[in-house]
Ligand binder design. Structure first.
Ligand code: ADP
Length: 624
């Protein structure tokens, strides 16, 4: 251990959130203790990349002769583990801020929820959440970090913590640039002090680390750029291991794309479709990017410009000779080379998706179920590829059992002769939608309806307008063009209300509901239900209304049109009561109850107490 300079040792408190998080990580959530190895190596490799970048950009660094490498030393008897890198190191501030905070503020909440449900998270959560370093507390009770930043003016520091609330930092005498992390392994994890054990964990991915890894006296990896090898020389399991390494994943990817382009722009790319979506698709992918290399030299691991947002689920590397090595982030962002690569990658990824959708539908369905919500947003942002994206969309549909998806082309191919529009309905889940009375007409008359259950749909589908010249139409809108069908099986019209009785009843409905509804009309779309609510032509989709409420947005309650089913027994009974006495209290109570039931089905009933009270009153009448 380096000597302390004798200056005061300062004690710091971890942020409260971090304490809880640590507790969760160490005690209940983590299933793969060997993950700490990959996390430490990947941090060391990042630190080495950063110092190499300083060298390339001719910045002055301390200890310039030091070889760029990672060194691991083990002491089996004493159960000691040490990992050292000659990377960029950390300043005092960086020790305090980088090793004391959680990158993703939603992390704790997420982990707590998972824990509450009594589940262990699948795969490697730590990596996803940017709290990798802390995984080390799974295998040890105390960690010592000694570090010297590459900036020649920086001092060296020692950080010590038991991961339980506080850490100390003191200045030390250390001449070496970089970071040394050491700790004594807990008894139950002492196997990580055995060389063969550590070697077997690291070997799987060590060849993808850009720097030599030395274990004891032995270099255990050859540094190679997999993407530069000819396609047919790369084995499937090498691809899998490479994916796991760069994506911090435990599972094999769904598939990959290996590109080597020469022409107006020259680059090689190795891209992967992950097998699963991150827990929070939109949030977790927001700052993602591909790893960017310039002529085999690592430039950055989050080159966001290389993919449009809606394809951010793709992971991988791009290596180009067309960018100067010392390129800064600001320059990469606006570089025409990056624009060209992005446009080629977009085309190729959409091409891969199209290929899967035709030739490997099972795989494509997995992709869409995982990443569909993000992918769809491309419709609103990538107008050049709109047609392709439209063809790649998949939805649940009344024509297929739950869980099976259809494309717009499938839908169009099944449309009835006289059908001019593509029908859809939105809702929280398939089960909820299937109970929506607005579906009744379509079910009875065998019209297919797309069932949109993804919360994103409501922001995207209305913008489609039409597909293959057929307008997309919500079946919850009042202006839908329904043909009057013959009711009853034998062609005879079913016994229904006389127009006078109906008109008089509608008048009572309007009086009772007053300002609550925009209008009351006789319905063509109902079969089994007494009433339903529909939206005016320019009205807000009910699903959108529900979403906005969920997001705590001000929504002016919009008045809907109540449609009533003149063939329904309740409506007929009400019409009869109305003739008896238009002031009959049961009549008005039932009307209010029917209206609120329709609100309830939509998910928009705000006050269930009154509803239940009224129901009890009606039940009392009925059981008299
Ligand atoms: P992540 O690597 O996802 O950012 P970590 O918890 O693993 O999260 O690390 C937090 C931060 O600590 C890193 O981003 C880096 O700034 C710093 N760090 C960790 N290990 C090292 C190292 N060996 N050398 C320099 N900095 C490091």
């Amino acid at each position: 251990m380096a000597k302390s300079t004798g200056k005061t040792k300062k004690t710091y408190q971890f942020k409260a959130e971090l304490n809880q998080l640590l507790h969760l990580i160490v005690h209940s959530l983590y299933t793969h203790p060997e993950v700490f190895l990959r996390e430490l190596i990947s941090n060391a490799s990042d630190a080495l990349n950063k110092v190499r970048f300083m060298q390339l950009t001719n910045q002055e660094i301390c200890d310039p002769q030091a070889e760029l490498k990672i060194k691991i030393d083990l002491d089996e008897k004493k159960q000691l583990f040490t990992i050292e890198d000659s990377g960029i190191g950390m300043t005092e501030d960086e020790l305090i801020t980088n090793i004391g905070t959680v990158a993703n503020s939603g992390t704790l909440k997420f982990l707590e929820e998972i824990q509450k449900k009594g589940k262990k998270p699948e795969g490697d959560l730590i990596g996803q959440f940017g709290v990798g370093f802390y995984s080390v507390f799974m295998v040890t009770d105390e960690v010592i970090i000694e570090t010297q930043h590459a900036n020649p003016d920086s001092k060296a520091y020692r950080w010590i913590s038991d991961g339980k609330g506080t850490f100390t930092i003191e200045e030390i005498d250390r001449k070496k640039r970089g970071t040394t992390i050491s700790f004594r392994l807990k008894d139950e994890h002492k196997d990580f002090a055995q060389e063969y054990r550590v070697k077997s964990v690291i070997q799987r991915y060590s060849n993808f680390v850009d720097f030599p890894i030395q274990l004891g006296k032995e270099k255990i990896n050859k540094v190679e750029a997999l993407w530069r090898r000819p396609k047919d020389e790369i084995k499937e399991d090498e691809l899998t291991e490479f994916y796991k390494f760069i994506a911090n994943d435990f599972e094999a990817p769904l598939g990959h794309l290996h590109l080597s382009l020469e022409g107006t722009v020259n680059f090689k790319a190795l891209l992967f479709i992950p097998p699963k979506a991150p827990l929070n698709l939109f949030y977790d992918l927001e700052n993602r990017g591909l790893h960017l290399y310039s002529n085999r030299i690592f430039i950055q691991d989050d080159a966001k410009e290389l993919l449009p947002d809606y394809l951010k689920f793709v992971r991988g590397v791009v290596d180009t000779e067309d960018l100067p090595l010392n390129i800064s982030r600001e320059v990469t962002q606006h570089s025409p080379v990056m624009q060209k690569i992005r446009s080629i990658l977009t085309t190729r990824i959409l091409g891969l998706m199209e290929d899967w959708s035709k030739n490997d539908p099972g795989k494509y369905e997995k992709l869409i179920k995982n990443f569909g919500p993000l992918f769809k947003t491309g419709l609103n942002s990538d107008f050049a590829n709109r047609e392709k994206i439209l063809k790649l969309l998949r939805f649940e549909s009344t024509a297929k059992p739950k869980g099976e998806l259809v494309s717009l082309d499938d839908y169009v191919s099944r449309m009835k002769k006289k059908q001019k529009e593509i029908y859809y309905i939105t809702g929280e889940s398939r089960d909820v939608i299937e109970k929506n009375p607005n579906l009744e007409y379509f079910r009875k008359n065998d019209y297919e309806v797309l069932l949109l259950t993804d919360p994103v749909d409501i922001f995207i589908i209305p913008s489609i307008n039409e597909y293959d010249k057929k307008p997309l139409k919500s079946i919850e809108k009042a202006d839908i063009d329904l043909e009057e069908e013959q009711k009853g099986g034998d062609g005879k019209p079913e016994e229904t209300l006389s127009s006078e009785m109906l008109e008089s009843l509608i008048k009572i409905f309007k009086e009772t509901l007053g300002e609550k509804v925009a209008d009351v009309k006789a319905s063509k779309r109902l079969v089994n239900s007494p009433v339903t609510l529909v939206v005016g032509k320019d009205g807000l989709d009910p699903q959108m209304e529900r979403m906005m409420k969920l997001m705590n947005q001000e929504v002016t309650p919009q008045k809907k049109i109540l449609e009533i089913n003149p063939a329904h027994p309740i409506i007929k009974n009400l019409a009869r009561r109305n003739i008896g006495s238009s002031t009959d209290p049961i009549l008005r109570k039932t009307i209010m109850q029917l209206y609120e039931s329709a609100m309830l089905i939509e998910g928009n009933l705000d006050n269930p107490t009154e509803y239940v009270q009224r129901m009890n009153e009606l039940l009392e009448e009925a059981t008299k």
